[in-house]
Design a binder for this molecule. Structure first.
Ligand SMILES: CC(C)(COP(=O)(O)OP(=O)(O)OC[C@H]1O[C@@H](n2cnc3c(N)ncnc32)[C@H](O)[C@@H]1OP(=O)(O)O)[C@@H](O)C(=O)NCCC(=O)NCCS
Length: 151
């Protein structure tokens, strides 16, 4: 199992999202063209810096599975470990087998380093197959980059 360094610099705060975070999270998800499904603020974890939200991610619930998704770090705060820290935190929150869908080739190694491994579409739980079917067709018939991964 992959081990993580859980330290976050003291000027950052990890917390569960609050209702007031919702519109900024929704705006940034649409702006970054991330998956806009299951946008319930209650499920999000955020990282705050000087009172400002700078990163977030969530676990989506499915039958017998969860999906790590909506991972986002504000551009000026990237490459400081915040994304990895959020992933590590979300992994500890997961209560079901954990999956994700990676649509960016350059991020595959990022997830592998955090303990995720590629899995075939056929090996996904049926609840996730239903959700990922369209991406699977894009991968199969249009050669789009899509990697299904399991922790
Ligand atoms: C992906 C994302 C969450 C990473 O957050 P982050 O805080 O910069 O990540 P960390 O600082 O923890 O880790 C940076 C690592 O990711 C790699 N990485 C991040 N974005 C990358 C990119 N676009 N291309 C290549 N590598 C990238 C870095 O090289 C670094 O690798 P390392 O662990 O080997 O040093 C952030 O870039 C982001 O919000 N991107 C836009 C939204 C997005 O694409 N979300 C993921 C959807 S699948």
């Amino acid at each position: 199992m992959t081990r993580f360094n859980f330290s976050l610099p003291h000027e950052y705060i990890l917390r569960k999202a609050k209702p007031v975070d919702f519109w900024l999270i929704a705006f940034l998800i649409f702006k970054a063209r991330l998956d806009p499904t299951q946008l319930n603020w209650q499920k999000f974890w955020v990282i705050e810096h000087c009172g400002h939200l700078v990163a977030f991610g969530q676990l989506r619930n499915f039958h017998l599975a969860q999906e790590l998704g909506s991972l986002y770090v504000v551009p000026n705060f990237r490459n400081q470990g915040l994304g990895a820290f959020l992933i590590a935190n979300l992994i500890t929150q997961a209560t079901q087998p954990l999956y994700l869908k990676c649509l960016k080739k350059e991020l595959k190694q990022f997830y592998v380093k955090r303990g995720f491994q590629p899995v075939n579409f056929e090996a996904l739980p049926s609840s996730l197959k239903a959700k990922f079917r369209l991406s699977y067709f894009r991968k199969r018939f249009f050669n789009a980059f899509v990697e299904f991964m399991k922790y």
